[in-house]
Design a binder for this molecule. Structure first.
Ligand code: GLN
Length: 446
């Protein structure tokens, strides 16, 4: 834990991954844990971890990188925090992100821009950019992020680390500040597949405080890392290797497929016919759910409130006008429109139907294949300030990741190469609740 703070002191003024560092609390806890008898020390005992700032932490400010929650101190812990505490881990602080997890670069934080440790002029990806950068910079070996449409996998790819978006329902969302409830999942970011597997086993499982959490048994994911992938059947959708994906990214993915083949797997090109609709479908559903979830930030119950507002209506209006950033407001507007009388059927209801078709595309593939493989992102990390104004490109770049959330599937990103000194990520998508196969393949590959 002391080393984590040394590394944070050494690097974080450059990388800017942390919003809050809880050094005193962490060192006190570490000292207390030192007195635990050996038999109480599990596999993650004493290991420092960083937490994305949309996961609530009792007594520690939880901002969602928004002015709205700048001074919000939760009175209870998210279920994942209880679990990492039970595992003997030590939280060292809260990590930067795009405001309310809406973005792909971590440039949308109300407080600071996190930088990619491989090249400080580039973004770390997003929205869990702080979580990925902190691990890549060696400030911590473990962090938690959240993935609504790619926000664990894409920053993991940009920062050259391992990021897992588990099956919807695998990890309790109790205490995660909701962006889009039917898509959100918490996920672990780590240097190695083995660390990732250990952390997921520790934080997954049924929780009665989240009605969407699953009662499926949680395997010991590390025990399944056998190195054996003989007979594995891989599907490679042509839609994931087509136009818009950079040549060096495609070349790295093809090389990765050669490696997997040399270990006894087979692969074939397939089609996901509805993949082209994934981004618009995602943005209709995600913004609709966000507009509803973010209605709770009204200046009364939580967060920012102007002190000179004259009446209730002015409190509502000004709290939201002054507390939310531009991207968040834009999404609340889109979502409200998608749900409004007269547009609801053509946008929200239609998106739900396409969502079913997208899920069906994957289900069809899994009749003949074990996993789906492609790039995590169409390019390597963007330059800071370069793409942030081109919102449409950012929205379309989500096509490689958002289908997974729409279908509720698990997916992992593992490093598979470099281009111009920036990491490239390989994405593997599995069957529902089959994270074990993803870990086994990713471990054999890494
Ligand atoms: N980039 C996507 C978005 O902006 C994904 C965000 C996420 O997964 N939280 O919505």
């Amino acid at each position: 834990t002391e080393d984590a703070f040394k590394q944070i002191a050494h690097l974080d003024d450059k990388v800017q991954a942390f919003l809050t560092v809880t050094e005193d609390e962490a060192l006190t806890r570490a000292e207390k844990l030192d007195n635990e008898p050996m038999e109480n020390r599990g596999t993650l005992f004493g290991l420092p971890i960083g937490i994305k700032d949309n996961i609530i932490t009792k007594g520690t400010v939880t901002t969602c990188a928004s002015k709205m929650l700048e001074n919000f101190v939760p009175v209870y812990d998210a279920t994942v925090m209880e679990k990492i505490n039970q595992a003997g881990m030590i939280s060292v602080g809260k990590l930067n992100m795009d405001e309310f997890a809406m973005g792909s670069t971590t440039e949308r934080s109300a407080f600071k821009v996190t930088r990619n440790p491989w090249n400080l002029d580039c973004v770390p990806g997003g929205s869990s950019g702080g979580s990925a950068a902190a691990v890549a910079a060696g400030e911590v070996l473990f962090s938690l992020g959240t993935d609504t449409g790619g926000s664990v996998r894409q920053p993991a790819a940009f920062c050259g680390i391992v990021g897992m978006k588990p099956t919807y329902g695998r990890i309790s969302r109790n205490g995660l500040v909701a962006f889009a409830s039917s898509l959100d999942q918490i996920g672990p970011l780590t240097r190695t597949v083995e660390d990732n597997a250990l952390l997921l086993s520790a934080i997954a499982g049924l929780d009665h405080r989240d009605s969407s959490s699953s009662s499926k048994e949680v395997p010991d994911f590390r025990a399944g890392l056998t190195g054996d992938i003989k007979g594995l059947r891989i599907a490679v959708p042509k839609e994931y290797m087509g136009e818009g994906v950079a040549e060096d990214v495609k070349a790295s993915v093809r090389q990765a497929l050669d490696v997997l083949e040399s270990m006894g797997a087979t692969w074939e090109e397939v089609s996901l016919p509805h993949a082209r609709y994934a981004s618009p479908t995602y943005y209709a559903i995600a913004t609709a759910e966000a507009s509803s979830n973010l209605a709770r930030f009204d200046g009364i119950r939580y967060g920012y409130r102007p002190d000179d507002a004259k009446n209730l209506e002015e409190i509502y209006l000004r709290s939201r006008a002054e507390g939310f950033g531009t991207e968040v407001k834009k999404r609340i507007l889109y979502g409200t429109y998608a749900l409004s009388d007269g547009h609801h059927d053509e946008l929200y209801v239609k998106a739900q139907k396409v969502r079913t078709l997208i899920a069906q595309d994957f289900a069809n593939l899994y009749e003949n294949y074990d996993i789906v493989v492609g790039p995590t992102s169409a390019t390597t990390a963007y330059e800071i300030g370069g793409i942030v104004r081109d919102q449409l490109t950012l929205y379309t770049n989500d096509i490689l990741t958002v289908s997974v959330n729409l279908a509720g599937l698990p997916a992992i990103s593992v490093p598979c190469g470099f281009s111009d000194g920036l990491p490239i990520g390989l994405q593997m998508i599995g069957k529902h609740f089959d994270e074990a196969t993803l870990y086994r393949v990713a471990h054999a590959f890494e």
